[in-house]
Design a protein around this ligand. Structure first.
Ligand SMILES: [Zn+2]
Length: 113
C-alpha cells in the first residue's frame, strides 16, 4: 500500500523533530489532489506509531482543496483532479494548491527540566 510507506516516512520525520519528547498532536496537510486517502493514513499511523513516542498522538489531517491558475487568462479555478479546464477553454493550468503533503504542526509534550 502506497500510504504505508508514506506514513512510515511521516512518523520518521516526526520522531526526528520530537528529539525524544512525546508527541501529543500531529497535524498533516494532505492536498485533495494528492490521491492519498486520509483514512488509510490514519490506519497506517496507528500501526507505525505503536511503540514509539508517537503512540497515542492525535492525528489531524487538513485537506486543502485543489486550486489551479490558468496560464492563458490568469483565472483561478477549483480543481477536483490535477487535470482541469479553464472556462476560457485552456487546459494549460498551474496547480497552486492541493498537492501539499507536509507535516504542518507537531505538538510536543513539555519536558520538565
Ligand atoms: Zn483561462
Amino acid at each position: 500500500m502506497h500510504e504505508l510507506g508514506l506514513t512510515e516516512t511521516i512518523v520518521a520525520i516526526a520522531l526526528d523533530h520530537a528529539q525524544g519528547a512525546h508527541v501529543l498532536r500531529l497535524t498533516l496537510e494532505v492536498g485533495q489532489l494528492t490521491a492519498v486517502m486520509p483514512d488509510a493514513i490514519r490506519f497506517c499511523f496507528d500501526v507505525c506509531a505503536q511503540g514509539t513516542l508517537l503512540e497515542g498522538a492525535v492525528l489531524e489531517i487538513i485537506q486543502p482543496p485543489g486550486l489551479g491558475q490558468c496560464r492563458v487568462c490568469g483565472a483561478t479555478l477549483s480543481l477536483d483532479s490535477p487535470f482541469g479546464q479553464c472556462t476560457c477553454g485552456s487546459v494549460d493550468l498551474t496547480i497552486i494548491q492541493g498537492q501539499e503533503l507536509i507535516i504542518k504542526e507537531l505538538e510536543l509534550e513539555e519536558l520538565c527540566v
